[in-house]
Design a protein around this ligand. Structure first.
Ligand code: NI
Length: 169
C-alpha cells in the first residue's frame, strides 16, 4: 500500500550509527521472504481468499503484491545506482492486484520473493555510504535517497506480513 512511513535518519547520526541502521534494514529485507512463507503456511484456500480487513486485499493478493512492489523497488535501486537521479516509473498497485497472476497459488510469489531478495541483499550489502546517498526522482512523491528507500521497504515487508498474521489471530 502507498503508505509512507516517516523515516528517521537525523543528520546528527554518526557514520557508524548510520551503518548499523542500514545493516538492521538489510537484515529485515533478508528475513522477509522467510517470514512471509511462515505467515501463509498452512492457511486454507478460504483463508487465502479472505480480506485481511473489510474491503482490503485478500491474503493471496497481499502475498502477490509483495514481489510486485519489491521488483519495482529492485529496479529503481539499480536505476539509481547506474544513472544520475533517474526519474522512476510509478505503477498502479491496486490494478496490478487485479491481474490474472494475483489469483495464482501463493507458492509462485513465495519463490519469486525469495530469489529476488537474494539478489537485492547482495547489492545492498555491497553499497558504500556514498551509494546510499544516491537519489532518484519519483514523479509523485519527489526525491528519495537510497537509505530512506531501504528503510521504506524494510518496513513495507513487515507491514504486509503483519496484515497476514492478523487473520491468524
Ligand atoms: Ni504495499
Amino acid at each position: 500500500m502507498p503508505v509512507l512511513m516517516p523515516v528517521s535518519m537525523p543528520d546528527s547520526t554518526t557514520p557508524m550509527q548510520r551503518q548499523a541502521q542500514v545493516q538492521t534494514w538489510i537484515q529485515q529485507i533478508a528475513s522477509a521472504p522467510r517470514e512471509l512463507r511462515a505467515a501463509v503456511a498452512g492457511l486454507s484456500q478460504k483463508q487465502l481468499d479472505t480480506p485481511y480487513r473489510p474491503g482490503g486485499w485478500t491474503v493471496r493478493q497481499v502475498t502477490h503484491h509483495l514481489p510486485d512492489s519489491h521488483m519495482n523497488a529492485f529496479i529503481r535501486l539499480k536505476l539509481a545506482l547506474t544513472e544520475d537521479q533517474p526519474v522512476i516509473k510509478p505503477y498502479d498497485e491496486a490494478r496490478w492486484a487485479l491481474l490474472a497472476d494475483a489469483a495464482l497459488p501463493v507458492e509462485s510469489s513465495l519463490d519469486l520473493l525469495q530469489a529476488l531478495h537474494v539478489r537485492w541483499v547482495q547489492i545492498l550489502e555491497s553499497m558504500s555510504e556514498r551509494d546510499y546517498q544516491r537519489t532518484f526522482l519519483h514523479p509523485a512523491s519527489g526525491v528519495w535517497r537510497l537509505d530512506q528507500y531501504l528503510a521504506q521497504y524494510a518496513w513495507h515487508g513487515k507491514h504486509h506480513i503483519a496484515h497476514i498474521l492478523s487473520i491468524r489471530s
